[in-house]
Design a protein around this ligand. Sequence first.
Ligand SMILES: [Zn+2]
Length: 155
Amino acid sequence: MATSSLRPRATPTATAAEPGASWPAFHRWQALFAAAEMFPAGWEGLHAAPAPDSPAAEEYERRKVLLFSEWVDMLARRPAMLAHYTRQGIQARIVRQHPERACPACDPFNMRELTPELDAMPPFHPGCRCVLMAVHTTRPRRRTKSPPRSRRRSG
Ligand SMILES: [Zn+2]
């Protein structure tokens, strides 16, 4: 596995194209959501850092590490998941689980079909709850209403 993802990147980007998980990237997402004043569901308790020595600080750190490692895990699973869909020839769609809650990172991808690009598949950010749903590709073959084989009128 590539370890380059752990290296902080020189140019901070807050796009969904972030190739890997790193703490600088995590903090960029946090800043981005704070600026947008909309935190996704997984960020409860992480909207703002408590005072360093407060009783809440420990819990805050714990939650942060939890969310971070979940993000790392999900990113690591992406290639296998994509390979699975590709191999099986399954077309899939990205679906947001909490569409009622706007998400600046996921909204552009909602209902989009899965492409071979890793960056265009969830998770789009730490705490992302987007899922992939298989698309049923039954072609809308227009069925010409063929009446039950009509008896040939003979005579
Ligand atoms: Zn999201």
